[in-house]
Design a protein around this ligand. Structure first.
Ligand SMILES: [Fe+2]
Length: 449
């Protein structure tokens, strides 16, 4: 076990002790309330209602990837914080999460961390909202609705930051990469809004003590849970389809497969640096992985030919963007990446193929893939030449009139190269063939990209 993981364990243990102390204090206060006179006593049914709602909604977690999951308990936690004073709100979260978290198939440290961070995060938000609203007085005014949204944002942000720190420490990834790993892709914005509305209604009905109203308003959550689960299954099916296609491509041409994986990683990192939305980043990465899918239909003797290609051979291989796009067009889930694959050999000055498009007509995703593709091709050894150094490849991409790439994308590529030395490792050349003339080399370079 390495040192950083041990450090993570100590941090999690401290968080857990803190959450037990707060919950224990709340429990003691509750006991004193129970023993005291009836006047001003807390409504124990409300505590029960919120604890059960947190527990059930925590069970409705949709796993999105190894590290990322989406639980719908956030809005029920916020409803609790708006209805119960501190520290009782923290106790509800602690019991609700503890009752269910340990039934999930996760490592113990992750379960302990989840319970602790939810309790402490809820405590923070509870103290925050109590500055603006008296617990149990949540009515549907603009001010209160804004407070609900602010509380949900605050809670989700702290949750996301704490999770990213722990994943970063335990996986040794950069904080921003850990954050991207945890992003709840492919959950969309509108179902989240629906979930927020349910949370607001739940908080309101509980506040006016209409418990039937609260329970009835919470029921649609199950339908949303089914929707999220279906979205996650569709995304998993899509990943499986991509994997199957990549494997088929690898069987046809091992070079193309390795090259495609690197192009996918370069493209994803460039897209991240450009600050594109998560959905676009995912689609660009998927398109980059499959950009040469159309080569699956290219005859081997053309694909592996080391020398200059004849006119008809060139025609055959230059059909691969269209063929790749037409394969993707037949799969509805992959339809939106078709455009990136179709345009990955277009060039800003209109010298590319298949449609000789100009810069403004080429989708940004295709431009990113084109740069990553050209760079990786130059960095890889060929039978007729040694690999270009990163500096030479960048110089070529920047100065060559054949490319005219977008300068912003190029500058992001330079950053990616510096930050990811593992991407610069390449297999050694197998053989070196007799020298080609300048024209032969240029044609071969363009075809291999
Ligand atoms: Fe290509």
């Amino acid at each position: 076990m390495n040192k950083k993981v041990e450090f993570v364990e100590v941090v999690v243990l401290i968080l857990f002790i803190l959450s037990i102390l707060i919950s224990g204090w709340a429990g003691w206060e509750l006991y004193l309330q129970y023993k005291s006179s009836q006047q001003g006593r807390l409504d124990f049914f409300v505590i029960f209602l919120f604890t059960v709602s947190i527990a059930i909604s925590n069970l409705m977690e949709v796993r999105l990837s190894e590290h990322s999951g989406f639980a719908i308990d956030t809005f029920f936690i916020i409803a609790t914080l708006l209805n119960l004073p501190f520290p009782y709100s923290s106790l509800c979260v602690f019991i609700g999460e503890t009752l269910t978290e340990f039934f999930k198939k996760k490592a113990l440290i992750r379960q302990v961390f989840n319970v602790s961070q939810f309790t402490l995060n809820a405590t923070l938000v509870s103290l925050f909202v109590s500055q603006f609203i008296k617990p149990g007085k949540f009515n549907l005014t603009f001010r209160n609705l804004s407070l609900f949204i602010a509380a949900a944002f605050f809670f989700t942000s702290v949750n996301s930051i704490l999770h990213s720190i722990v994943v970063s420490l335990s996986t040794k990834k950069r904080l921003v990469d850990a954050w991207l790993l945890l992003a709840p892709y492919p959950i969309n914005f509108y179902p989240l809004v629906a979930m927020g509305i349910i949370g607001i209604l739940f908080a309101y009905f509980a506040s006016i003590k209409s418990y039937y109203g609260a329970i009835l308003s919470a029921f649609p959550v199950y339908l949303l849970y089914l929707l999220f689960k279906r979205t996650a299954i569709l995304e998993e099916t899509l990943s499986g389809t991509l994997k199957a296609m990549t494997t088929a491509l690898e069987a046809k041409d091992p070079y193309t497969a390795d090259h495609s994986k690197r192009v996918a990683e370069y493209s994803r990192k460039i897209a991240e640096k450009l600050g594109l939305p998560l959905t676009d980043i995912k689609r660009i990465e998927q398109a980059a992985l499959l950009h040469d899918l159309g080569k699956i239909g290219t005859p081997e003797e053309v694909l592996y030919k080391p020398g200059k290609l004849g006119y008809f051979e060139w025609k055959l291989i230059s059909r691969h963007p269209e063929e790749g796009a037409s394969i993707l067009a037949s799969i509805p889930l992959l339809k939106d990446i078709e455009d990136y694959v179709l345009n990955h050999h277009e060039r800003a000055n209109g010298s590319g193929y298949p449609n000789r498009k100009k810069a403004e007509e080429i989708p940004l995703g295709a431009q990113i893939i084109a740069i990553a593709d050209a760079y990786d091709a130059m960095r890889s050894p060929r039978p007729y030449r040694a690999p270009f150094s990163p500096e030479t490849a960048i110089r070529e991409l920047t100065q060559s009139k054949a490319y005219q790439f977008n300068s912003e994308i190029l500058s992001k590529l330079k950053e990616v190269i510096v930050e990811n030395p593992h991407l610069e490792e390449r297999p050694l050349p197998v053989c070196v063939l007799p020298k080609m003339d300048k024209e032969q080399k240029q044609t071969q370079e363009e075809l291999n990209a």
